[in-house]
Design a protein around this ligand. Structure first.
Ligand code: PLP
Length: 392
């Protein structure tokens, strides 16, 4: 047979990392890379953070798995912390962002079903990404993800990003029950929704009684300098999906919801064998303990300012390679003039890892624990990559 033993759905870089230390990854051949991808916004506290290693190994020595047939103390601890620090009254744990999307969709539909109303349609936006499940690809709607996988799950209406009139008209449709959006699009090219627009969305939802579902899988857990990105706009969602950063590298996601939005999700309506597993929640609770403090978040904001300033300088120095910087906090995108994949590759040669996104953008998503020196070093290496691109 010709097919690799690992199903070839990824175009992988010729890199094999064998060890991580803080913001650095070490290749099998010994080369050291500054990790400005952080596993696509996952390693929020870098690699091998001592407090996370301890939380995981302590739990590993005590108990790995029991199932949700029983109470799981670490799960309660993490749920309590998430409720304490957010709009939410209740939390369901998953193993990924995709699974969080599945439940967010089910929760919104069940809410309206139990209200006795046929309002199953969820408004979504072009350029969005909500995962690779049947609901996730139908929600995002892009042909790149859906082609060949039909019939798609019905009940999603995709609107052009930023088309205010289309949104106002769609929200008034009596079949619509919810709006689903990323406060900062990640895969879509680090496109932040302006605070005014998120406020406007909240108002629109209130006007028509719609549920506002935020996908903070990539932009949440301190990434933008607030614990959750929507806090910048001073609004609260009804339902929120999180994953990635909350587990710091251990697979963990969650759906957070208000009591009202979650009211239809009674015993037996949803479940997961692994969701809220003791190992995942022990790590998640420790991540929350570290990230959800004013000091930690203030430092993220300070470093975000530093990185952004240096990136503006980089763009100014290499106008033939980059055209601008956008994003929020430590979720930044370099808008490229040269092909973004070439720049990511040149970054490998220069020893810095970045992640491509749509719209010819490269994503910079360093660990939130990145040091000032490592920020400077990463931007130097990006400069080397840009020089290599300009020469070729
Ligand atoms: N939603 C957003 C905004 C994402 O960025 C992602 C992953 O990239 C997902 C959902 C899906 O999460 P996962 O890959 O953990 O299933």
């Amino acid at each position: 047979t010709m097919i690799p033993t690992v199903l070839p759905t990824y175009n992988r870089a010729p890199l094999t990392f064998v060890k991580g230390e803080g913001s650095w990854l070490i290749e099998a051949d010994g080369r050291r890379f500054l990790d400005f991808g952080a596993g696509i916004a996952v390693n929020s506290l870098g690699h091998a953070h001592p407090a996370l290693v301890l939380a995981l190994t302590d739990q590993a020595g005590a108990l790995w798995h029991t199932s949700n047939l029983y109470h799981i103390p670490a799960q309660h601890k993490l749920a309590d912390a998430l409720v304490e620090h957010t709009f939410a009254d209740t939390v369901f744990f998953t193993n990924s962002g995709t699974e969080a999307c599945e439940l967010a969709v089910k929760m919104a539909r069940k809410y309206w079903h139990d209200q006795g109303q046929d309002r199953s349609t969820i408004i979504t936006f072009t350029g969005s990404f909500h995962g690779r499940s049947a609901a996730g690809i139908a929600a995002a709607g892009s042909e790149k993800m859906t082609k060949g996988f039909g019939p798609l799950l019905p009940g999603f209406q995709s609107l052009p990003w930023g088309d205010h009139d289309a949104l106002t008209a769609a929200a008034a449709d009596p079949s619509v029950g919810a709006i689903l959006i990323e406060p900062v699009q990640g895969e879509g090219g680090i496109r932040p929704l302006p605070d005014q627009c998120l406020k406007g969305l909240r108002d629109l939802c209130d006007e028509h009684g719609l549920l506002l579902i935020l996908d903070e899988v990539q932009c949440g857990v301190g990434r933008t300098g607030r614990l959750f990105a929507h806090e910048w706009a001073g609004i609260e969602p009804d339902i929120m999906m999180i994953a990635k950063g909350i587990g710091g590298g251990f697979p963990l996601g969650a759906v957070l919801a208000t009591e009202k939005a979650a009211s239809a999700m009674t015993a037996g309506t949803h479940g997961s064998t692994y969701g809220g597993n003791p190992l995942a929640c022990a790590v998640g609770a420790k991540v929350m303990e570290i990230v959800a403090t004013p000091e930690f978040l203030a430092d993220v904001n300070r470093k975000a300012g530093l990185l952004r300033q240096k990136l503006e300088g980089l763009v100014a120095q290499h106008p033939d390679v980059f055209t601008g910087v956008r994003g929020s906090g430590l979720m930044l995108g370099l808008i490229c003039k040269a092909p973004n994949l070439d720049i990511v590759k040149a970054g490998y040669d220069a020893g810095v890892l970045t992640v491509p996104a749509a719209d010819n953008v490269i994503r910079l998503l360093p660990p939130l624990t990145i040091s000032d020196d490592d920020i400077s070093e990463a931007v130097n290496r990006l400069g080397q990559a840009a020089t290599q691109i300009a020469r070729s």
